[in-house]
Design a protein around this ligand. Structure first.
Ligand code: ADQ
Length: 455
């Protein structure tokens, strides 16, 4: 079998296994172990200058090949254009997007440096799979260096309507670069519609025909097993005792403005204010590890959330009850899975989300006999696979409060039915299937791809 080359901003630390492994590493695990593979990208280290000889660590059949980034390049490419321009734009938040020509130049320079290092290492029959918005221009850069391999792209985040995306300076250049890919994968049909329209708008109907939806999933069975096993852990037992039989609501997100956390906290405050029966009967745990502390918006959000927590606990707490427990550090997956299983409600209310794997993990973690209820934003890509969730508009705190009330009072039979409706896709359409479907489309892609949509 030919080699698979995965290109992503971050290459997982080959030493980090299980608990600390990131989402993409878990999703690709299967594909990466079944054939010879290269994982190529940034090392996570900052050097004087970008480039130099890439470092290579081999584990089994996987070669982890990484490049250091210069301080200035990193700042402009990562904190700058990727996180302060593209991230807000792709999440429909044009008002938060900043544009700086030098950031954009840094973004292109890092993509070019990646291509310089990768092109000479590619074999003619390699399959190359590029991930996410940090690397839109990657295929175009590789093509400029004479690479004729099959190159696919998967965007993990949403793609907004064309008019919105095209308001970002240089958007058309980025779109034109997408034409270098053989397959362009997105999370939802809405994303596909949007990107196709944008590509047609710049006169690239052939590229538009190569866009298709590949909704990402999780490996649900191992996660469910983790959740059951977690109940034996001392950490989980201590947490359960600390709840003194109060119903648990759980939220798990990176601390990011797309996740709708202030609105969610406000909605929980409304629950306590409007539906008094739940007072002192419910505890909400929000786990939100800090991310991207080098972007100003994230620091502002953190302060805002600190205020919300103080306000809600100050207003509603009793000497023996803190309604909201909030932590800004990560919790190890095996423990988190147990917390999810214990929770009567999974509260997932992003303002926009490509997919949202936490929603799927919450479903996987439930006890089918006595499952909890998923309260889910209608703007998460995962909505399409989770018909049993209680849907909310995450911008409406009253709607969040009403859904929480409904979830907390829901009879067991209805909870079972709703869980069943969600579990079908969560257990069937896993990460492996996602990976297999994408690679099948990419490796089956041929010259007729221009005439026919991939699937
Ligand atoms: P993220 O924005 O990071 O991912 P999400 O899909 O919800 O969002 O989470 C990714 C993983 O991180 C999940 O496995 C989750 O359990 C873990 N995680 C999140 N918060 C955690 C915490 N507090 N402690 C421990 N683990 C935590 C991007 C896109 C999403 C898309 C994914 C995958 O923004 O829309 O679903 O990529 O394509």
């Amino acid at each position: 079998m030919n080699r698979l080359v995965v290109v992503a901003n971050r290459v997982p630390d080959p030493a980090a296994r299980g608990a600390t492994a990131g989402g993409l590493a878990v999703a690709l695990q299967d594909a990466l172990t079944r054939r010879e593979a290269v994982w190529f990208g940034w090392s996570g280290r900052i050097a004087e200058a970008t480039g130099g000889e890439p470092a290579e660590t081999r584990i089994g059949r996987i070669a982890y090949t990484t490049l250091d980034l210069g301080r200035e390049d990193h700042r402009r490419y990562y904190a700058g254009f990727s996180n302060a321009s593209l991230w807000p734009t792709l999440h429909y938040r044009l008002g938060l997007a900043q544009f700086d020509r030098q950031d954009y130049a840094g973004y292109r320079a890092v993509n070019a440096a990646f291509a310089d290092a990768l092109a000479p290492r590619l074999r003619p029959d390699d399959t190359v799979w590029v991930h996410d918005f940090h690397l839109f221009p990657m295929a175009a850069e590789l093509r400029r260096r004479g690479c004729g391999q099959r190159i696919g792209f998967f965007l993990h985040v949403p793609f907004p309507p064309a008019a919105l995306f095209c308001a970002l300076p240089r958007a058309e250049e980025l779109l034109a670069d997408l034409a270098g890919y053989d397959v362009i994968g997105l999370q939802t049909e809405d994303d596909v519609t949007n990107l196709r329209a944008a590509l047609i708008g710049i006169g690239q109907p052939e590229a538009a025909a190569r866009v298709a939806a590949f909704p990402i999933g999780i490996e649900a069975e191992p996660f469910a097993a983790l959740a059951v096993k977690a109940l034996e852990k001392r950490e989980t037992e201590r947490f359960r005792l600390s709840l003194v039989e109060r119903a648990l609501i759980i939220g798990v997100d990176r601390l990011d403005y797309t996740k709708g956390l202030p609105q969610r906290f406000c909605g929980y405050g409304q629950l306590l204010a409007r539906f008094k029966a739940h007072r002192s009967k419910v505890t909400y745990l929000q786990v939100a590890p800090v991310s991207r502390g080098d972007v100003a918006e994230y620091r502002t959000l953190r302060r805002e959330l600190d205020e919300w927590v103080g306000r809600i606990n100050g207003q509603h707490a009793e000497p023996d009850w803190a309604p909201l427990r909030y932590m800004t550090r990560a919790v190890a997956r095996p423990v988190l899975a147990g917390f999810m299983r214990m929770a009567r409600v999974g509260l997932v209310t992003p303002l926009r989300d490509g997919m949202n794997l936490v929603a799927k993990e919450y479903v996987a973690a439930q006890d089918p006999e006595d499952p909890g209820v998923l309260v889910l934003s209608r703007f998460a890509g995962a909505v399409a696979q989770l018909p049993g969730a209680l849907l909310v508009n995450p911008l409406d705190p009253d709607e969040i409060a009403e859904a929480l009330d409904q979830a907390l009072r829901m009879p067991r039979e209805e909870r079972q039915q709703r869980w069943q409706d969600c579990a079908v896709s969560v257990f069937r359409d896993g990460a492996r299937a996602w990976c297999r479907d994408f690679l099948a489309a990419l490796e089956g892609a041929n010259d007729t791809a221009a005439e026919e949509p991939v699937r």
